[in-house]
Design a binder for this molecule. Sequence first.
Ligand code: ADP
Ligand code: MG
Ligand code: MG
Length: 941
Amino acid sequence: MAKKYVYFFGPGKADGTSEMKNLLGGKGANLAEMCNLGLPVPAGFTVTTDCCTDYFANKSKFPAGMMDQVKTALTKVENVMGMKFGDPKNPLLVAGRSGARMSMPGMMETVLNIGLSSKTVPALIAKTGNARFVYDSYRRLMMMYSDVVMEKAEGIEPKDDKGIRHQLEEIMKEVKQKKGVELDTDLSADDLKQLCELFKERIKKAMGKEFPDDPMKQLEGSIGAVFKSWNGKRAIAYRNIENIPHTWGTAVNIQAMVFGNMGDTSATGVAFTRNPANGENKFFGEYLVNAQGEDVVAGIRTPWPINEMTKNEHTAHLPSLQKKMPKLYTQLDAIKNKLEKHYKNMQDLEFTIQEGRLWMLQTRDGKRTGLAAVNMAMDMLAEKLIDTETAILRVKPAQLDEFLHPIIDPNAEKNASLIGKGLPAGPGGAFGKIVFTSDDAVEWAKRGEKVLLVRDETNPEDIAGMRAAEGILTARGGMTSHAALVARSWGKCCIVGAADFKIDFSKNEVIVKGKSFKEGHIFTLNGTKGTVYDGQLQMIDATENPRLKAFLKLIDKYKSMKVRANADTPEDAARARNFGAEGIGLFRTEHMFLSDGHDEPKAYMVQMILADNEKERRAALDKLFPFMKKDIKETMKAMSGYPVTIRLLDPPLHEVLPSRDDTREKLAGMINIPAEEIKKRAALLHEVNPMLGHRGVRLGITFPELTEMQIRAILESAAELKKENIKAIPEIMVPVTCDEREIKDHKLIYDRVLAEVIKKYSLKGLECMYGTMIEIPRACLLSHQMAETAEFFSFGTNDLTQMSFGFSRDDIGSFLSEYLERKILTEDPFQTIDQSGVGQLVQCSCVRGRSVNPKLKLGVCGEHGGDPDSIAFFYKVGLNYVSCSPFRVPIARLAVAHAEIDAKKAPAKKAPAKKVPAKKATAKKPAKKKPVTKKAAKKKK
Ligand code: ADP
Ligand code: MG
Ligand code: MG
């Protein structure tokens, strides 16, 4: 039998369900589900994503049998709706709507009012007695169809961005001007009729062919065009940003049209079952009377609030749906409750009211800010709508980042000069130089500027600039406008509908109440309040939020993999503890030579480097010793009870020598030598390739006394803390090793100093560990040898990535973007671990290391330790801990909790699991690797 490409949905019954997102796309699956729930949904059918991929495989031709299935399903729709497609008496119109597995809002195309033709137009007028409505629908069809099907799908790139849609909009503007009206709704039936004629002419002239008058042709054209919109520029760009596979394809939903533009008893709207910006449990939405389709989202007319309770100062004067159509509002509110109860998640709804009758057009899990995600998860948990694990899974690790981003200091805000106001669409604070185009935002950000993108409204073409900007400000649009939706999904500060901001592109400035601000002027936005201030305001951190703390409490028990912090100072250590870090995974001893304000130890270090013989070197090291000990001791104290991994000196020596003349003078003075001497030595130490030069363990091999001094400082600190009854657990880590003999060499020093310290402090023993950083591919391969001496490994995945790819960490910028664009790489390997290559080395090292030492402790301390996707991988290979910067600790902890919960749910998948998990796994790389070894996972402790 031929493949089933077409799935019907209609009142009370559908072929599909919400579980079938992969095949039907999110929109199709949820339309089916709403039908099954008995909600009022216009009947229709879904052409599958499978059909889309077959279509592309088949040189963009419909696979055999598909159109027959479409026609059969169309007949079913006709029967249910009591109208006939293309019928000259009682015509059915349909919408052709895109819908991928994961929602890609506004990124693909939709064509409405399909089926209007020279025959059906008069029929519909006769039937409805509403010529104005019919011609309004007709001109909309022509606009969408010519743009989507005749231009975009044909791959036509219009000159100067003056595409057919733009041209038609210009014509419409002219007609409005001639008639002296401002709103589309003020055009009369005759005006619109005339407009339709003008549109037809222009389309023929511009596109070189007629707008098709055959409804079936329109339908076929629309299906193909929606398929093709999967490969439209902005859809591709969006998938790149969101990491959605390009192979999925989109479904097409053909659905009976219902009309929100039939007059004052008709309307269309968008709503969220809870507030998507802050999570408040209040039904929140916007609508427009006598409007169709995208009017609400496009920001062409300012939409009205759906109810009284969510009105604010900007919307207080507008009529709510609740007041205007109370019965319908009550019905909608009941549907909202039903849907939220069913999906157990905040829903994003689209509805249309046709002459007093409510129709549901869409539902999906709503995008939300991190703040809203946390608040909703905690609320729904309290309401017993979801369980703890679901609550945890509801917040994406990356969303916590928002809490870790600044908000405006309320004190600074009190005295700030307010320029204007808009709707609070995306939370937090942001400041930056204002720019007026997406391209400028990208360009300025590239050269390191913080920018705010200021636009009349945004559309999907602005995605890159919105991404690059610190914050977004638009003059038009409501809370459900494109800018608002996109900003929220990224947790980006955003204000929309700031009507006082009038951009003058010709002068590159924005005028607010008579005052002008040039491009490059600094504004500060408060996206939580919707206020715009002049100049740059002080920011503070949002981590003190009590809701966040309560949420983090939920994840406390998911600790089979620990999270540590990379911290070099007692303050960082304390902050990390505060965020729930259980130890330090990387303490860099060199911070005291490389950061400012450490002149004295730096001077002694310089002295050590300049020394000609061991004796002089030891003398300098002796002076350095107390400084090193003090720092280490305080940090271990701040981490009392938790392990602290201290890495022996890592960077090449010349990096430690001052390069600036003034510091060189100063340090030279402190140790009584000529500054020239330092300069000369620096020149001598210069290396062609310092990353692969005299650094790490190699320093200790040539200067064993340097290693000895550091180990002594560490162990004496631990001994003294022990005497003070403070539990210190140092882990001494030797960096950049490539051979077991290096580790054995240093182990001799370690053993000797340990014995000496134990004796000096009259101790019975001292809790400490000796191990190495694994960051050279050779070390991974020889891990069974390295593990004979090392008690722990910590993967330095930055260097390991550098040396595996042969990509310089510091120079990758010059070619990475090309690699990503051309899909040679899918991700920056320095941000997300390359599982197939570098990951394989890590995995091999774990297996080989543990084969000789089952108790070998394994961790990671590169940038990847704070990256959620990498963490999921590290969890699978069975690491004991990850370590990341203190501010990423909450993100990493949540990623660990997700990994644990997902792992727990995975085996149960055989049973028809209820919704939820898998989403992440299927969204990203399909879980190729099974959890490496159950054993490895268990061995953790
Ligand atoms: P998107 O994925 O961009 O949201 P949709 O397929 O939801 O695209 O279509 C956009 C808009 O078109 C909807 O918000 C709705 O207002 C309108 N629309 C879609 N289908 C219908 C329909 N069957 N009847 C009336 N309006 C529709
Ligand atoms: Mg939609
Ligand atoms: Mg390194």
